[in-house]
Design a protein around this ligand. Structure first.
Ligand code: ATP
Ligand code: MG
Length: 575
């Protein structure tokens, strides 16, 4: 491609509404332009990058034995009613009517369409297993679309769905996909981890997220320093530190009884601990949750945080959210900030960290008052479980030796063991060897194509711009002729351009009538991995300058240039 013909409107300054680096740089490099919140046009450089990611994904999916299909983006409501998600999915599902007033939605994910397809076509165990994938536009009416392609409303996803006769076969495919995903993100040149994750509103039995490590990531993940356990903190279990699980009730009877103290206007952990001159770890944090199984109070030691997803699980509920003030006062008789477990009639669950607390401070279930000298076991009894958000230094639940390190990550892929959630509700059944009808066992597997490209920038950039990993760069090599007026250097630049194209190397020829400084700035911003500079100076030595993005400049003889580029790009010899 010749830069003079390329539609890549680069910007010197970052647009004001871009918060994260990848969003800023995609705009500045002329890769994307916003059409509406979370909705973008991809310009040629953006298309090149997303196509490269797509091609890697497609190749690896095919190698792993999946077959490509294309499902519609507009989906009739009947399919979503059959699975039950028409009512469950909430506002992220964009619903629309056709001219006859029939309900449709824009597919945010395609379990319904694919399950309906397979239910209609596959009858026998002989036609299973099967894994179908597509690379297609999704729509989710995200509450806060932001960060450019990272969290769009309209975005491209690779989604795959597998169907099986047995659990074992489904689990084997899950591992097959997990391995394919690792190859995909390795080939994209990314530093990533596969972590255990919550199944969210896709549902299912267990799942892994693929996280690209980056400080700007929206997700927090913990990984054990000793073994290979890694999990999203939303999900991470915690190993019990010695003594934490033990009850304090044996010795408690000799301790002073709870005493009410006046704490007007002091509601938060910090306010109460400062006012009473005690450490936050002496306080019991008490939060009332509302769930589909009714309200529940959850407790954790004052210096720790409660994990909503663990509350949901502990309450055997399908959703759990902090209760409104009305519910809080109905259950406790006090406003939030003054509530606690002593004398509570309702359901009480507590984190293990609470069980061994001594002489704790809690809300008194009375406005403006707290209780001192509270002893778990003596003054209240709760169901003890793991409720808190995992963090750095917590003990690993698997090896029981290592402790957690905390990272931030960007979720680029997510795989789920679905079980029979969709095949049961949508009638995807097969006849087994004995002619008996059974529901198919399913798995589903997603990758965000645009988010992967954005995550690559978060992980690979500097002050000058993007530093694309070679396999997903919009062009792998660029050639800049310093003076466009010099016939010999132009001729050399042209011959190198054709030489590289001949080898199938995507090359950008900067033939613009601009100063060298302007060219270098744009080429660095766009992030082309290798730059060749042709100038009258180096031509005296029959050489060109080669510079890897972010590296040093060096001279290479004309004749060796193409071979040297092939070496740098690590292109395997053909044949
Ligand atoms: P998140 O938790 O970030 O909202 P999710 O868990 O809802 O994502 P999945 O349903 O697992 O997402 O979708 C599969 C993949 O699609 C994700 O791993 C991510 O790469 C991509 N993806 C999901 N939502 C978006 C979005 N709004 N914009 C861009 N990519 C997305
Ligand atoms: Mg997910």
């Amino acid at each position: 491609m010749r830069f003079s013909k390329l539609f890549a409107p680069t910007l010197r300054e970052s647009p004001a509404d871009a918060e994260v680096v990848s969003h800023k740089l995609m705009l500045r490099a002329g890769m994307i332009r916003k059409v509406a919140a979370g909705i973008y046009t991809l310009l040629p450089l953006g298309v090149n990058v997303l196509k490269s990611v797509e091609n890697i994904v497609r190749e690896e999916m095919m190698l792993a034995g999946a077959q490509e299909v294309t499902m519609p983006m507009v989906v009739p409501s009947e399919l979503w009613k059959e699975s039950g998600r028409w009512d469950e999915y909430g506002k992220e599902l964009l619903r629309l009517n056709d001219r006859h007033g029939r309900d449709f939605c824009l597919g945010p994910t395609h379990e319904e369409v694919v399950t309906n397809l397979v239910a209609g076509e596959v009858r026998s165990y002989k036609n299973l297993p099967m894994n179908l994938f597509q690379i297609q536009t999704k729509f989710r009416d995200e509450i806060r679309p932001r960060f450019g392609l990272m969290r769009g409303r309209e975005f491209v996803m690779k989604d795959a769905y597998s169907f099986h006769v047995t659990e074992e076969c489904a689990e084997k495919e899950y591992l097959n996909m997990k391995a394919a995903y690792s190859r995909i993100f390795e080939r994209c040149g990314l530093d990533f981890r596969a972590v255990e994750a919550d199944t969210g509103n896709i549902g299912g039995n267990f799942s892994h997220e693929f996280m690209v490590l980056a400080d700007t990531g929206e997700d927090a993940i913990v990984s054990c320093e000793k073994c290979d356990y890694a999990a999203n903190v939303e999900r991470a279990e915690i190993g019990l530190p010695a003594g934490e699980g033990a009850s304090s009730s044996e010795a408690a009877s000799s301790l002073p009884l709870p005493e009410k103290v006046s704490t007007p206007g002091k509601k938060s952990i910090d306010e109460v601990s400062e006012f009473l001159k005690v450490k936050p770890e002496t306080l019991i944090k008490s939060l009332v949750y509302n769930t589909d199984k009714g309200p529940v109070m959850a407790l954790v030691r004052g210096d720790l945080e409660i994990n909503n997803i663990k509350v949901k699980r502990a309450a055997s509920a399908s959703w759990a959210e902090l209760a409104s003030e009305d519910i809080v006062s109905e259950i406790t008789g006090a406003p939030s900030g003054y509530v606690g477990p002593v004398g509570l009639k309702g359901k009480l669950i507590a984190d293990f960290s609470v069980r061994s607390m001594r002489g704790a401070v809690t809300g008194a279930n009375e406005e403006g008052a707290h209780l001192r000298n509270v002893e778990p076991g003596r003054d209240f009894s709760a169901e003890y479980t793991d409720l808190r958000v995992a963090g750095s230094g917590d003990k690993c639940p698997r090896c029981d030796e290592g402790s957690f390190k905390l990272f931030r990550g960007i979720e680029v892929g997510h795989i789920f063991m679905l079980g029979t959630k969709y095949s049961e509700s949508m009638g995807a059944k097969f006849l087994d060897e004995n002619g008996k009808e059974k529901p198919m066992i399913m798995g589903c597997y997603g990758i965000g194509i645009g988010r992967t490209a954005a995550a690559a920038i978060e992980q690979n950039h500097d002050e000058a711009g993007i530093r694309w990993p070679v396999p997903i760069a919009p062009y792998q090599v660029c050639i800049a002729a310093v003076t466009m007026k010099d016939h010999d250097s132009l001729e050399l630049a042209e011959s190198l351009y054709f030489g590289l194209m001949d080898k199938g190397i995507p090359t950008l020829m900067d033939d613009r009538n601009e100063r060298a400084g302007v060219k270098f700035k744009d080429l660095d911003l766009i992030g082309i991995p290798v730059r060749i500079t042709v100038s009258t100076n180096t031509m005296k030595e029959e050489s060109v300058e080669i510079k890897e993005r972010g590296g040093e400049t060096r001279l290479v003889g004309y004749k060796d240039t193409v071979a040297e580029i092939i070496r740098i790009l690590k292109i395997p010899p053909s044949g």
